[in-house]
Write a protein that binds this ligand. Structure first.
Ligand SMILES: Nc1ncnc2c1ncn2[C@@H]1O[C@H](COP(=O)(O)OP(=O)(O)OP(=O)(O)O)[C@@H](O)[C@H]1O
Ligand code: SF4
Ligand SMILES: [Mg+2]
Length: 317
């Protein structure tokens, strides 16, 4: 298919002895939104950071990540990354308060991105910055240009971060739990804003989410991760209506039992890295596990309209 924007194959990432990501594969078409879900430590942020070229030297990777006309993001030089980051790939971080520079006005921060990345004049950058602030729902954008980050609410700061990320019309936006520092009513507004703005630009978006209900409402596709392995992936509607992986079922049952929409960690815990099973990493907690599961990694393969990595899938709901 030629409308595939991102095609990640067998992304494996080691930090010293720890295998943080274990042959992660995922695809994303142009204009699609994808949710990465899974418990804390599953590797969601690491995937986003690896695909933004922000890993640093302590990590080693293998696998490939084809993006648009780039044959492999993972083998780009720092110079190659600099040409893509901010222009074709952008990221909204979890905590806008920490990501914005407290010493400069938000207008200056936005305008400087536009000047640096698009080569706009001071005057052009300023008027484009005002228009961008308006497009992300900031009232009195002209007046707010001279505000410092601390003079804005958390929701407003996050809108500024979205404006900065969208400044150069990226083809792919990563939003790593973009709302978890905000209160619930503002969270939905920010997610909606990111969706509207990426869709209006025909861009794709990868959301890192803790909230299955939000994922089901807002994302076309979902990837369920456990301890750095993809367990189940496919159209959100198919996966969440009828999960076939024991881990996806467990996640869903926790949400239902507790009666909240947040992903509350299920019973048990992820084993330490030096005790990870060689096969399915979920085998230490899975009610269906047998000796083969612990020893042999199940391949990610198509089952009932989604991709599934499991030797003993659940029956249809
Ligand atoms: N800079 C780092 N150095 C060493 N280990 C790291 C680093 N960043 C992450 N890790 C480890 O990698 C694993 C995956 O972490 P990651 O932050 O990607 O998980 P996550 O799914 O985003 O979790 P959360 O939901 O808590 O944000 C964890 O075991 C974490 O301890
Ligand atoms: S492969 Fe085995 S341990 Fe892993 S989820 Fe499937 S049944 Fe459970
Ligand atoms: Mg994270």
């Amino acid at each position: 298919m030629n409308d595939i924007l991102l095609d990640v194959r067998d992304l494996t990432l080691d930090r010293g002895e720890k295998r943080i990501l274990d042959r992660v594969s995922l695809t994303l078409a142009k204009g699609e939104t994808l949710a990465l879900v899974g418990e804390s430590g599953a590797g969601k942020s690491t995937i986003a950071i690896a695909l933004m070229g922000l890993l640093g030297r302590s990590a080693t990777t293998s696998g490939t990540a084809r993006f648009d006309d780039q044959p492999d993001l993972l083998s780009l030089s720092e110079r190659g990354w600099a040409a893509l980051r901010g222009r074709k790939l952008a990221m909204v971080f979890q905590d806008a308060g920490a990501a914005l520079n407290p010493s400069f006005t938000v207008g200056r921060q936005l305008a400087s991105v536009l000047r640096r990345q698009l080569g706009l004049s001071k005057f052009e950058a300023r008027s484009r910055a005002v228009a961008l602030m308006e497009s992300v729902g900031i009232n009195d954008a002209e007046g707010r240009m001279t505000a410092y980050p601390h003079q804005l609410s958390g929701g407003m700061q996050q809108r500024v971060m979205v404006a900065i990320a969208l400044a150069c019309n990226p083809d792919l936006l990563f939003a790593d739990e973009p709302t978890s520092a905000l209160d619930v009513t503002i969270q939905a507004q920010i997610i909606r804003l990111i969706l509207e703005q990426t869709r209006a630009r025909g861009a794709s978006c990868i959301f890192v989410l803790h909230d299955l209900a939000l994922a089901s409402q807002s994302c076309d596709r979902i990837v369920v991760l456990y301890a750095g392995q993809v367990m189940e992936a496919g159209p959100t509607e198919v996966v969440l209506r009828d999960p076939r992986h024991p881990y996806t079922r467990l996640l869903q049952s926790c949400v239902i039992e507790i009666g909240t929409e947040d992903l509350t960690p299920p019973e048990g815990s992820v084993p330490p890295y030096d005790q990870m099973p060689a096969g399915c990493r979920f085998s230490t907690r899975c009610p269906r596990a047998d000796a083969r599961c612990a020893a042999e990694r199940p391949p990610l393969q198509p089952v009932a309209g989604r991709d599934l990595a499991c030797w003993h899938p659940e029956d249809a709901a």
